[in-house]
Write a protein that binds this ligand. Structure first.
Ligand code: HEC
Ligand code: HEC
Ligand code: HEC
Length: 115
């Protein structure tokens, strides 16, 4: 009555388990939704290369703040105000990505950035 060799059945189970394991991720739902659609900025280039900016804009902004607040050195292109000249909607750009990444910078409690 054994229609399949049991090793084959075990193999099938292994494949099933592996596939299930690969499909299951803690952020499975987020992955299925894909990354957020960000509003395309005005202008051709960011103040730094895009890839760099994606990873480092937080430190970049904080450094710029340090410089302005501690040293009184203001670099206009590195200010939050300048970001908004190209990324004109906080909701459709900054907020959208932050919600996806699960971060909520408090900067906008003080800094005006157009919604
Ligand atoms: C409690 C209020 C407050 C919060 C919160 C705050 N800032 Fe500021 N920030 C200020 C003030 C006040 C200045 C000085 C403004 C000036 O003199 O033009 C400043 C200056 C700056 C500057 C330099 C000038 C400019 O216009 O860009 C940057 C950059 C900056 N902040 C970034 C940030 C970032 C990034 C965050 C969030 C991580 C943040 N700030 C959170 C109050 C705040
Ligand atoms: C002169 C216009 C301009 C200014 C000013 C500007 N950006 Fe950009 N930014 C762009 C462009 C263009 C891109 C590339 C978008 C793309 O390739 O989809 C970009 C990309 C980015 C990205 C990566 C987005 C992504 O799709 O991953 C971040 C983050 C970013 N900018 C943050 C900032 C911040 C913070 C400031 C202010 C310090 C700023 N930008 C100022 C035009 C600008
Ligand atoms: C492509 C996605 C993306 C976009 C677009 C984006 N951010 Fe971020 N931002 C992140 C991520 C991810 C973090 C958290 C990074 C970490 O904690 O290491 C972050 C963190 C920050 C922080 C530091 C927060 C803290 O309290 O440490 C600031 C400030 C910030 N973003 C400002 C902005 C501003 C302003 C814009 C719009 C001009 C913007 N970001 C657009 C992904 C993005």
């Amino acid at each position: 009555m054994v229609s399949y060799p049991s090793s084959f059945v075990r193999f099938l189970f292994c494949v099933l388990a592996l596939t299930a394991g690969l499909l299951w991720t803690p952020s499975g739902i987020a992955l299925a939704d894909g990354p957020p659609q960000l509003e395309l900025p005005k202008g051709k280039e960011c103040v730094k290369p895009t890839e760099w900016m994606r990873r480092n804009h937080m430190d970049f902004l904080k450094e710029s703040r340090e410089l302005a607040v501690r040293e009184g050195v203001r670099v206009k292109s590195d200010s939050l105000k300048n970001c908004a000249t190209c990324h004109s909607s906080r909701e459709k750009f900054c907020d959208r990505c932050h919600a996806y990444a699960g971060v909520a910078p408090n900067c906008f409690e003080c800094h005006h950035y157009p919604k």
